[in-house]
Ligand binder design. Structure first.
Ligand SMILES: [Zn+2]
Length: 295
């Protein structure tokens, strides 16, 4: 049943804008109710620029903070990021249902499909999504949502409940958010190229965020989230992070933007961003200290 057509047509125009992974919070999340509002900065567009908390201009982030709108990355502390990763993989969709080969790649290309600044999803990318358990407004790839549900259950059973900040965001939605940011810079007097470049520092260009793929989840501890209004590296100091780091691969997830891999991923360290790649690939990557670009 859950088969999706995942066409691959790398071309996407967004040329210059390669960078960052996911930006800002998932739309869904923003509207979501569940969380205390992230009041701050309602609309991304405005201000963002440098005014953001973390200030730095570090692009890259994949996701965002909990602030509705803004690019997230910024919030991130760390790193400076750069951009332009590499590597790739492809696309197709067929997942071999039952067979469970051991090799990472045999898991099915859809699971390990690389999405980043230089490997954007096509504008017409679509994927079948369903709601994550207990989060009606957070969607995830229907083929992998069970793994996410199980992981969150596993953490809760261990006494470390997680809070799902953000999941799927359509390319269309990403485009709208990106364009809004571009327009903001155009209004500031920037020329088109500069406006796109600046916008890309805060909002991932359409199709370049893993959240557009439907296989990425931003997770923090419920407890930590109640006292922080942005996603920051400090999350790594929590027992929930330790649990995720130790167990996510068992559920087919990887810490997508690890410390020390910024040059390869093009995205700063994000202890909250987890990507489903399938159990085999997750274990392979984790055990060998590799990131998805190195698969
Ligand atoms: Zn993310």
């Amino acid at each position: 049943m859950v088969k999706k057509v995942v066409s691959f047509a790398l071309a996407l125009a967004m040329a210059g804008a390669l960078m960052t992974g996911c930006w800002g919070k998932d739309d869904s999340s923003s509207s979501s109710s569940s969380k205390p509002s992230s009041s701050a900065a309602p609309s991304s567009s405005s201000s963002s620029g440098s005014s953001m908390p973390g200030g730095s201009s570090a692009p890259g982030g994949d996701d965002s903070g909990m602030m509705p709108g803004e690019g997230d990355s910024s919030s991130m502390a760390g790193g400076s990021s750069s951009m332009g990763p590499s590597g790739d993989s492809s696309s197709s969709a067929s997942a071999s249902a039952s067979a469970k080969p051991a090799a990472a790649q045999v898991d099915g290309d859809w699971q390990t499909r690389l999405v980043n600044g230089s490997h954007p999803l096509p504008e017409d990318f679509s994927v079948e999504t369903v709601s994550v358990e207990h989060y009606d407004d957070r969607l995830f790839d229907a083929r992998a949502v069970g793994h996410l549900n199980d992981m969150m259950k596993g953490a809760a059973d261990a006494g470390l409940p997680l809070y799902l900040v953000s999941t799927y965001r359509s390319v269309k939605r990403q485009t709208a958010l990106f364009n809004r940011k571009v327009n903001y810079y155009l209004d500031q007097g920037c020329d088109a190229e500069t406006a796109r470049r600046e916008a890309a520092k805060w909002v991932a260009a359409p199709g370049t965020s893993e959240h557009n793929l439907g296989l990425a989840a931003d997770l923090v501890s419920a407890k930590w989230y109640s006292s922080h209004d942005d996603l920051t590296e400090e999350f790594e100091q929590t027992p929930e992070f330790e649990w995720l780091a130790a167990h996510c691969a068992e559920y087919g997830f990887i810490l997508r933007y690890p410390k020390g891999k910024t040059e390869v991923t093009g995205v700063s360290y994000e202890p909250w961003h987890y990507r489903y790649v399938g159990v085999e690939a997750a274990k392979h990557l984790t055990e060998n200290g590799l990131c998805l670009e190195e698969l």
